[in-house]
Design a protein around this ligand. Structure first.
Ligand SMILES: [Zn+2]
Length: 70
């Protein structure tokens, strides 16, 4: 049934103990800036994304998990 895996699946690594740096909600976005990792909830991730994208060395987005939730 699942002999082939065509897609790269996002490796989810944020958990319930990872919290937004701005409001303390569960983090779904992790950005690495100047060697340190910043965590944001979906709301603040979107809010700061435009600014952070230009300075972040990595951008990890797990907000897709929110869409998949029933
Ligand atoms: Zn937040």
């Amino acid at each position: 049934m699942n002999a082939t895996t065509e897609r790269d699946t996002v490796q989810f690594r944020l958990t319930a103990i990872d919290r937004c740096d701005s409001c303390g909600a569960q983090a779904y976005i992790a950005a690495e800036v100047n060697g340190s990792e910043l965590l944001f909830c979906a709301h603040h991730g979107r809010k700061y994304e435009e600014k952070l994208r230009s300075v972040a060395t990595s951008w990890h987005d797990e907000t897709a998990r929110l869409v998949e939730a029933p």
